[in-house]
Design a protein around this ligand. Structure first.
Ligand SMILES: N[C@@H](CCC(=O)N[C@@H](CS)C(=O)NCC(=O)O)C(=O)O
Length: 214
């Protein structure tokens, strides 16, 4: 048996790695799904050797075909997108993929800012996130997606940003415990379409279950 071409190193949860896991499943690439223990990683005793991981941040993708070791989740998605023809069919489409990805990063950044604040501050930030951040970006994505036929964010074929968007919507729903897509039926339908792709669905069915994420 040959060992998988790719090794993906992350923690035992979805967050930044799951869009990559979805994409790798879609392109039928078996991958080593290495999950480090977050609690061990966080321990201040410094016993965990983090030197194999550039920037001491995960995820990291290793590509056995060319020896590449790559950090940064969006760079990993883009790299795999390029390798597997999932980056759009023109410069313009590739640029739109990047734009939507950066939009999702902005929403994520605002969501992460809520953590580790006192209860009232978190609640105020969550309200602002739901009432300002989400509509600001999602109204545009909803309308663009509708104009594009509702199936793909960019062009007439699937791209890496479709996986990112579908999974980020899951994250934006699960962590703030809110139905973030309530007013965005086309984005919801798009998410379902991605999760229902046979190879993606097969991954979702077999992947490790994490009780606080699903
Ligand atoms: N921009 C980076 C962020 C990576 C990142 O912050 N990863 C977190 C886990 S979600 C991490 O490795 N934290 C470990 C640490 O800060 O020590 C990406 O998209 O990959």
């Amino acid at each position: 048996m040959t060992s998988p071409k790719y090794k993906l190193i992350y923690f035992d949860y979805h967050w930044l790695a799951e869009p990559i896991r979805l994409l790798l499943s879609y392109v039928k690439e078996d991958f080593e799904d290495i999950r480090l223990d977050w609690e061990e990683w966080e321990k201040p005793d410094g016993k965990m050797d983090k030197s194999p991981y550039p920037y001491e941040k995960l995820p990291i993708l290793e590509d056995a075909e060319n020896g590449l070791k790559l950090g940064q989740s969006f760079s990993i998605l883009r790299y795999l997108g390029r390798k597997h023809n999932l980056v759009g069919k023109s410069e313009m489409e590739a640029a739109k993929c990047d734009e939507y990805a950066d939009v999702l990063k902005d929403i994520l950044k605002d969501m992460e800012a809520m953590w580790e604040k006192d209860e009232k501050t978190t609640l105020d930030m969550k309200t602002k996130w739901l009432e300002k951040t989400i509509p600001r970006y999602y109204s545009v994505i909803e309308s663009d997606l509708k104009k594009n036929g509702g199936k793909y964010l960019v062009g007439d074929a699937i791209t890496w940003v479709d996986f990112l968007c579908a999974q980020m919507n899951q994250l934006f729903t699960v962590y703030p415990k809110t139905d973030v897509l309530a007013n965005y039926p086309t984005i919801r339908q798009h998410q379902q379409l991605i999760f229902d792709l046979p190879d993606v669905k097969a991954w979702i069915t077999k992947r490790p279950v994490n009780p606080y994420e699903w």
